[in-house]
Write a protein that binds this ligand. Structure first.
Ligand code: NAP
Length: 323
């Protein structure tokens, strides 16, 4: 099959369209003929050699695809060849074919074409599992960092659908405006005094939940911005991995700091998260309450350009590769 291969660790030009062996679905797996693959920030890290795939996963890049079922392994009885689907992967999505545990495969949301659907499952699974872990409730205030990104643009809409008040940060005026269009109650540039602005917006109470994609560089200001009983959940380390945690402040507010990653979770956990996504997110997309993020699509052969686009920070929404 055709697949994106990597000549080594480095910049986007290490990626090109090449050949790889056809995957064979094992017991409990399905084979998917890929229509489109989502490009995620984790893929950029893997390309650079900084995010190796978990044990047993494909060495090829790609954490999510849409497509049609092209084969079923032993013990899979609920999928048939030709069925449209989307899948959450541990790797292998930048290819014509990918094999994946059947539990991580779901039907696309109603009314969504397969190219658009390619960029939905990774953000949905990440946000839903992390909002579940922090028990985000109606009436609470949620701060979403990077609100115009793939994760952030989904998180704003999902938090809004739960009935939370949403504050978002973003890097440019256009992106701040986009966060407001998505339903954020307030949004501001992270290049300005966002801590002061959060304090002002919450009348010094702070926010109940923070979805953070920065890690170390935001640890202190995030903890300083939490309300009593507040929960900070760190899912990205764009600002580094080792920061300073003010335990005194955390104790005083009876706060918590959590961190999760989706990719390394066992198949059973990922399958449960996929079920939850179809229960809670797909109906919201079907009803129009959540709009899929705008997409910038590149053919698979232009994978280097797709990576450059995401890396530039200029993109709003998702980047996808069409196969
Ligand atoms: N743990 C997990 O399971 C998991 C799963 C998926 C993703 N992630 C992580 O989540 C992060 C976002 O992923 P993505 O797919 O949404 O990537 P993306 O679309 O490239 O978004 C990156 C976001 O980071 C924001 N950002 C950059 N510098 C910032 C700063 N100083 N303050 C606040 N925000 C800043 C960007 O804002 P602007 O564009 O406005 O500059 C952008 O919204 C990545 O770090 C990724 O690795 C983790």
């Amino acid at each position: 099959m055709k697949a994106v291969t990597r000549s080594g660790a480095g910049g986007p030009d290490v990626l090109s369209l090449g050949e790889a062996p056809d995957p064979v679905p094992g017991d409990g797996e399905v084979l998917i003929a890929v229509v489109a693959a989502g490009v995620n920030r984790a893929d950029l890290l893997q390309r650079q050699g900084n995010y190796p795939p978990p044990k047993g996963a494909s060495e090829l890049l790609g954490l999510e695809v849409s497509g049609t079922i092209a084969g079923v392994g032993f013990g899979v009885d609920h999928w048939s060849v030709g069925d449209p689907c989307v899948a959450l992967l541990a790797g292998g999505g930048y290819a014509e074919l990918v094999a994946v545990p059947a539990g991580q495969v779901v039907a696309p949301p109603r009314g969504v074409d397969l190219v658009t659907a390619a960029g939905l499952i990774e953000v949905s699974a990440t946000v839903v599992s992390n909002f579940d872990a922090t028990s985000v409730r109606r009436g609470e205030t949620v701060l979403v960092h990077g609100g115009a990104g793939g994760i952030g643009s989904f998180a704003i809409q999902y938090a809004h659908s739960i009935g939370a008040r949403v504050i978002a940060t973003a890097g440019s005026t256009d992106k701040v405006t986009y966060c407001l269009e998505l339903g954020a109650d307030a949004a501001m540039s992270y290049r300005e005094d966002w801590v002061g602005e959060v304090s002002r917006l919450t009348e010094n109470h702070g926010v109940d939940v923070i979805l953070d994609v920065m890690g170390a560089s935001y640890l202190e200001p995030n903890v300083a911005s939490l309300a009593v009983g507040g929960r900070l959940i760190v899912i990205g380390l764009q600002g580094g991995r080792k920061g300073t945690l003010d335990l005194g402040r955390l104790m005083t507010i009876r706060g918590s700091v959590l961190s999760t990653t989706l990719r390394s979770r066992p198949v059973a956990e990922k399958s449960a998260i996929c079920c939850r996504v179809t229960e809670v997110v797909w109906p919201l997309i079907g009803s129009g309450a959540i709009r899929p993020a705008p997409q910038t699509a590149f053919p698979l052969a232009e994978v280097a350009a797709a990576h450059r686009r995401l890396e530039s920070g200029d993109n709003i929404g998702k980047v996808v590769l069409t196969v």
